[in-house]
Design a protein around this ligand. Structure first.
Ligand code: SAH
Ligand code: SF4
Length: 378
């Protein structure tokens, strides 16, 4: 292309191109001021990328030709590479994105009447090793970059049809895919910044939820930096059981986690914390557990979201019976604790909570298998 004609190989190899997809407004303002440009260029470029779906700088017609040439030389807009897209019978869509080294992360879109929720990943694998989680079983590989986190939203937004009212399909974003978002704090914070920006996705804080297994100091930091909705993966009403199910509890026990949660809620009036509770048969689903849980959450700004356990290969836990889940929920209600049961969506394409690593592990296993075979036959 003529714009790129002046680019020399040495220019290309000296400086890696900067991916504008993962830059916040402030990052872009700094970038443009370094080029002697006005700060408002940041907003223009964000709108082109996130709202007007530009794929090339040449489409950004309100930038001067010379600035576009400069952008070609220095920058790129690179979305994560899609490995596959699957659509479930219930309308759920799951994408698998390449994340290098034979690994992949997953993103799931869940359409519901009145809203469309995108569930995104923040890490490749997870180090926290919760006993019932496929991502945990996979182990930790690496943190996703800002562009890889935001890119899941950008890709989905570009590939989902508008809602009947003409608005974008994605009304809510939840960090409930693979990884522990608060263990990738800096990148998640920048990604949140872009999701909330009026020049990108313009989502309200209420409609963006970070789910954490309970990294207490980071909960405090998130509350100060960006008070989005918070979901806490509690899963057990006492430390003895939680130590086993969610090992980070040994470092940050329930009392500390709840203190941090109430402080987080207090930073905004009328803000509830959602407590996720995976229903594991005969493990955490008795009436006594419901009573203990209610004891922790009663008269607090708390809602409980019961998640029927989603089984996966190599894990021995079982899902609680539906009567047990109903009884548990009624008991919480009896104590005045608001609770809902999450409907399992997309399980025919392994897109339900905690199933997200299945395909990845299989892929990795296949590759390792190939390698072993090659070594064996070499
Ligand atoms: N790491 C974060 C967010 C990702 S997990 C966290 O733990 O909160 C999103 C939710 O799915 C968490 O509540 C997690 O505990 C739950 N989950 C994990 N494995 C599951 C499984 N097999 N069945 C049902 N829910 C599961
Ligand atoms: Fe990590 Fe969350 Fe899975 Fe625990 S439940 S291993 S924190 S992804």
């Amino acid at each position: 292309m003529s714009d790129q004609a002046g680019k020399t190989i040495s220019e290309n190899s000296a400086e890696p191109l900067i991916n504008l997809l993962g830059q916040t407004e402030e990052d872009l303002q700094n970038f443009f001021s370094g080029l002697g440009e006005k700060p408002f260029r940041a907003r223009q470029v964000m709108q082109w990328i996130h709202q007007r779906n530009a794929r090339q700088f040449d489409e950004m017609t309100d930038l001067s030709k010379s600035l576009r040439t400069e952008l070609h030389r220095l920058a790129t807009v690179e979305l994560p590479e899609v490995i596959s897209e699957q659509r479930s019978a219930d309308g759920t869509v799951k994408w698998l994105f390449e994340s290098g080294g034979g690994q992949a992360v997953e993103t799931v879109f869940i359409p519901e009447p009145g809203r469309g929720t995108l569930c995104i990943s923040s890490q490749v694998g997870c180090a926290l090793d919760c006993a019932f989680c496929a991502t945990g079983a996979q182990g930790f590989n690496r943190n996703l970059k800002v562009a890889e986190i935001v890119g899941q939203v950008t890709h989905a937004n570009r590939h989902l049809p508008l809602r009947p009212n003409g608005e974008p399909a994605i009304t809510n974003v939840v960090f409930m895919g693979m990884g522990e978002p608060l263990a990738n704090f800096r990148n998640v914070l920048s990604a949140l910044n872009i999701l909330l920006s009026d020049y990108a996705y313009g989502l309200s804080r209420r409609r963006v939820t970070v789910s954490t297994s309970g990294i207490v100091p980071q909960i405090e930091k998130l509350g100060d930096a960006c008070n989005v909705s918070l979901a806490v993966s509690l899963h057990a009403p006492n430390d003895e059981l939680r130590d086993r199910l969610v090992p980070i509890n040994r470092l940050h026990p329930i009392a500390d986690l709840l203190d941090a949660s109430w402080r987080y809620a207090a930073k905004r009036a009328n803000r509830f914390i959602t407590f996720e509770y995976v229903m594991l048969r005969d493990v955490n689903d008795t009436i006594e557990h419901a009573d203990q849980l209610a004891g922790l959450l009663r008269n607090r700004p708390a809602k409980v979201n019961l998640i029927p356990f989603n089984p996966f290969a190599g894990n021995d836990y079982e899902r609680s019976r539906s009567e047990t889940i109903e009884r548990f929920q009624n008991r919480l209600r009896h104590h005045g604790v608001v609770s809902t049961t999450r409907r399992t969506r997309g399980d025919d394409i392994d897109a339900a909570c905690g199933q997200l690593a299945g395909k990845v592990r299989d892929r990795v296993r296949v590759r390792l298998g190939d390698k072993r075979q090659r070594i064996a036959t070499a």
